[in-house]
Design a protein around this ligand. Structure first.
Ligand code: NDP
Length: 256
């Protein structure tokens, strides 16, 4: 029996691959055999170097996903540089914090455009390619969207973020429905509290940090590396019948 988690010969796009969760997922996919298109604003030089050190092909694809202007180019450039596209991980995301009574249109649009609009249109561009290839020569596509605990919960002082991540949950299910019979699965990963640049300020606030740690059953912040295995699973042949699922990787947060 061949290893059901082997991603050898496959090509993955990972957005926001220069740091944090995106970098960790890119390197986990590379360790499982995939070649990597590291997409983002800041060139993911370290990620690409580490993926190459694992013996994979890896390329930087520059794109600012605060608009949908680059999404088709991201797909085309990945296929031009790496020869194919099998896996899309929509990881790039931002957060803006303010009380809802004071929340600005700018902070609303910035988060929704990056976290939701670009995610949908990147799914569309990659999905069109994966479906066309499936119809022509078989084979499967895998899309993994990075959601959040706020896909399931309300949160506080992050209205556009909660709307975007809640929207990711719905979109993931809708696309899974539409594309299940077309060779493409669409799932999401909902990280809990993960120690990245995104959460530096939360960890620096002693009282906040303590209350977060008391609430996490695992009793610790997640490490970006905690997300890699879930991404490899959802990208792999092993997850061929897993579709429209939002997989929490949260140290038990939702179980509480
Ligand atoms: P980081 O802030 O460490 O990384 C975010 C990544 O997104 C960076 O690579 C960043 O690139 C990229 N990005 C942001 N805006 C754009 C843009 N306009 N165009 C292209 N790339 C962009 O965050 P995390 O690693 O923590 O977060 C990754 C994902 O995980 C996000 O979707 C986040 O919402 C989600 N998440 C994180 C949690 C956590 O606790 N950390 C919890 C739940 C969900 P650049 O460096 O150039 O800005």
């Amino acid at each position: 029996m061949t290893n059901p988690f082997d991603l050898g010969g496959q090509v993955a796009i990972v957005t926001g691959a220069n740091t944090g969760i995106g970098q960790s997922i890119a390197l986990a996919l590379a360790a499982a055999g995939a070649d990597i298109a590291a997409v983002g604003r800041t060139p993911a030089e370290e990620t690409v170097a580490k993926a190459r050190a694992l013996g994979r092909k890896a390329e930087i694809v520059s794109a600012d996903l605060s608009t949908i202007e680059p999404v088709q180019r991201v797909v085309d450039e990945t296929i031009a540089k790496l020869g194919r596209l099998d896996i899309l991980v929509n990881n790039a995301g931002i957060i803006r914090r303010a009380d809802s009574v004071d929340f600005t249109e700018e902070d609303w649009d910035a988060v929704i455009d990056t976290n939701l609009k670009s995610v949908f249109f990147l799914c569309q561009a990659a999905g069109r390619h994966m479906i066309a290839r499936h119809e022509k020569e078989g084979g499967n596509g895998r899309i993994i969207n990075i959601a959040s605990m706020l896909t399931f919960q309300g949160g506080i002082r992050v209205p556009s973020y909660t709307a975007s991540k809640s929207g990711i949950g719905g979109l993931t299910k809708l696309l899974a429905n539409e594309w299940a019979a077309k060779g493409v699965t669409v799932n999401a990963i909902a990280p809990g509290y993960i120690a990245t640049n995104n959460t530096t300020a939360l960890r620096a606030d002693e009282a906040r940090n303590r209350s977060i740690l008391e609430r996490i059953p695992a009793g610790r912040w997640g490490d970006p590396e905690d997300l890699g295995g879930a991404a490899v699973f959802l990208a792999s042949r092993a997850a061929g019948y897993v579709n429209g699922h939002v997989l929490a990787v949260d140290g038990g947060w939702l179980a509480r």
